[in-house]
Write a protein that binds this ligand. Structure first.
Ligand SMILES: [Zn+2]
Length: 660
């Protein structure tokens, strides 16, 4: 029987402790003349004289964290800005896109900041921001960061300078882990149970917070390594930023369920004397999200709907695609209702914008960034163009491009265009050749053979590399690698092309992707440290439907051929019952039911299932200890468990997957 490993992969579990970083610089090359020329041409187009972001990012600083290390229980480093000292230089090196370089420098501002009277922010202590509002008797904390360690450090820094008042409410702006994971660093479950702290979240929060990363979680975890670059060394030839912030921490993720949900499109509540207008923004940046307006302070909090960059409509880790049209509409609505009534707009990433006029200008440009790419993509789509063509055709209008906040430091314009195409039309471009296209390995083998063999392709690809045609060289050498992954010359040239593209990318996430790909072409798959156990709070919050759905996606269809197994499940502590049915190589379930013809009946507690999810025990051990009892044909359970696969996040991304 196999263990239930990695039931809950966390996208941020694999974070950027420098201890895990790969030794990037052994092989990293310099920028070529072409890359230098490209990056210098970019520089000439940028509004470099506009230094406002630096001022905004530093305004109200009370105390910086600097290069202090936030440590976990065993003294393990959880978070530090150490290693980013190279960003002290104003001029971008040739190996970093100058717009990204500037953004990476602004994102270095960190510490406790006063936004306005009674409104404070902790920035640069994690990927996300914590906002603290001082109520009449206590504190309202908005978004307790990703980990308990960083959240606690944030509260400590705040209390060092401000009166030590109790936290009376925690608000989760949305369902992504960087906005709730550190909650137990701020409040305890006992405080919530005793009613002394409210936990407020948008409708649908728990389902999305727990469910968004379960089914496809393993694939997302691996792809997130490419998106955030936690395995890359920090440096001019490595990771410089993550767009929304510097990087992700390596600590303890927790979750306390909300006690109050915001369910109407707009709701106003008075919390500890503070009026808060909540507006739901579902289907945009997150499936469950809300922005807030604090009229007494004339502060608008756009959560993650308007940050200091063009966000992504589809994260590179993978997700359900987001709606650019709604996204723009929410920003437009906020502008209309609160723009003129706000002296400052804050967000749960990056830095604020002060002054009503600047607030409105910022919101207009954010609104139009998403609408422009949406409408222009759909226009060209309706003219018959496909994603790759539209991605190359769309250029942002100068009125937007001359504003720093619209630049794709987190998202990538080309990827966003394809996301819009995908939202409306899907992956299929309408050309039936692509319905029956060969998969990467056989297609690559045929193509290389037609082109006269690998040596001939390499010769021409080297010429094109010398001419600076990195996009094509990356494409064609990737085919060489898929045709023959042990062709070291092909791998080396592919890595060089990926690397130069990485150096040119304005998007931090695209840069990370290319550089991680280059690293793996040169060094093979990274040795990723064990993820350890899943967050126990998140495991406990998993619904049984999600649990059985996840079992289903682990079923090896071939091993299940011709098998029929029916199992009754009884959970004695929660009084829940399920029937699990294997038939036609598909695992299905029905809740609140028991089958009369079941092969076996399992009796257990939900607590035992949680222990298995958290890898505190295993199915066989729980059977042995009697924590799970089975009546009927016990071997049917073993048979089913033997058909389940265990996922590990170390699969190949830039070279052939093992033959199945
Ligand atoms: Zn976030």
């Amino acid at each position: 029987m196999k263990r239930f490993t990695r039931l809950l992969p966390s996208l941020f579990a694999l974070a950027a402790s420098t201890a895990f970083a790969q030794p990037q610089f052994i092989d990293a090359k310099d920028a070529t003349e072409t890359t230098r020329t490209v990056n210098r041409a970019v520089l000439a187009e940028l509004p470099m004289s506009d230094k406002q972001s630096f001022e905004d990012a530093r305004r109200g600083l009370i105390e910086a964290l600097g290069d202090q290390v936030i440590v976990g229980a065993s003294g393990r480093p959880v978070w530090s800005l150490k290693g980013y000292e190279f960003l002290g230089k104003e001029e971008a090196p040739d190996t970093v896109n100058p717009a990204l370089w500037r953004h990476a420098r602004v994102n270095m501002a960190n510490g406790l900041f006063k936004v306005t009277d009674r409104v404070y922010q902790l920035r640069g202590l994690d990927l996300s921001n914590m906002t603290i509002i001082e109520g009449e008797k206590g504190l309202i904390v908005i978004d307790p960061l990703i980990t308990t360690e960083t959240a606690k450090a944030a509260m400590d820094l705040y209390f060092k300078h401000r009166p030590r008042k109790p936290v009376v409410a925690v608000i989760y702006s949305h369902s992504h882990v960087d906005h709730f994971g550190g909650v137990r660093g701020v409040i305890s479950g006992e405080d919530v149970a005793a009613g002394s702290v409210k936990v407020i979240a948008p409708a649908g929060f728990m389902e999305e917070a727990v469910g968004e990363n379960v089914i496809a979680g393993n694939a997302m975890s691996r792809r997130a390594q490419y998106q955030f670059g936690p395995l890359l060394a920090r440096g001019e030839k490595g990771q410089v930023d993550a767009g929304l912030g510097k990087t992700t921490p390596f600590g303890t993720v927790t979750l306390i369920a909300p006690t109050q949900l915001i369910e109407k499109p707009v709701e106003t509540h008075r919390i500890d004397g503070v009026d808060i207008v909540f507006e739901l923004t579902p289907g945009a940046e997150a499936p469950a999200e809300m922005i807030m307006y604090y009229p007494q302070f004339r502060v608008l909090n756009m959560a993650e709907i308007a940050t200091q960059n063009m966000h992504n409509l589809l994260p590179m880790r993978g997700a359900l695609v987001r709606d650019a049209r709604f996204w723009s509409k929410y920003i437009g609505g906020a502008l209309q209702r609160y723009g003129a009534r706000s002296d400052v707009v804050i967000a749960q990433h990056n830095w604020p914008v002060w002054g009503s006029e600047r607030v409105q200008d910022f919101l207009k440009k954010q609104r139009d960034t998403y609408k422009f790419i949406h409408d222009q993509t759909v226009r060209l789509m309706n003219q018959g163009y496909v994603g790759a063509e539209i991605a190359d055709a769309i250029k942002m209008p100068p009125s937007l491009a001359q504003d720093w906040s619209t630049h794709p430091f987190y998202g990538q314009l080309k990827h966003n265009v394809r996301a819009i195409y995908q939202r409306y039309l899907g992956y299929y471009d309408g050309n039936p050749a692509n319905l029956e296209a060969l998969p990467p390995v056989p297609a690559a083998k045929k193509a290389v053979e037609y082109m006269g063999g690998a040596d001939a392709v390499l010769r021409r690809a080297r010429d094109d590399f010398a001419k600076g045609e990195y996009r094509w060289v990356a494409q064609v050498t990737s085919q060489l690698v898929f045709a023959d992954p042990v062709n070291q010359d092909a791998r080396a040239l592919a890595a060089d092309a990926y690397e130069q593209l990485g150096y040119q990318m304005e998007s931090a996430t695209a840069r990370n992707a290319f550089l991680q790909g280059a690293w793996e072409l040169r060094n093979g798959l990274p040795k990723v440290p064990s993820l350890g156990t899943a967050s126990s709070d998140v495991a406990r919050a998993l619904t049984l439907d999600m649990f059985f759905d996840y079992l289903g996606v682990r079923l090896n269809g071939d091993k299940a051929l011709g098998k029929t197994i029916v199992l009754n499940w009884k959970f004695t502590d929660t009084q829940q019952s399920y029937v699990l049915n294997l038939e036609n190589s598909a695992l299905t379930y029905v809740a609140d039911a028991q089958a009369a013809n079941a092969d076996a009946t399992l009796t257990l507690t939900r607590a035992t299932l949680d222990d298995i999810s958290m890898q505190k025990t295993t199915f066989p051990a729980a059977l042995q200890s009697g924590a799970i009892t089975v009546t009927g044909k016990r071997e049917k359970l073993s048979e089913l468990l033997g058909m389940l696969e265990t996922f590990t996040p170390g699969f190949p991304m830039v070279e052939p997957r093992p033959v199945r």
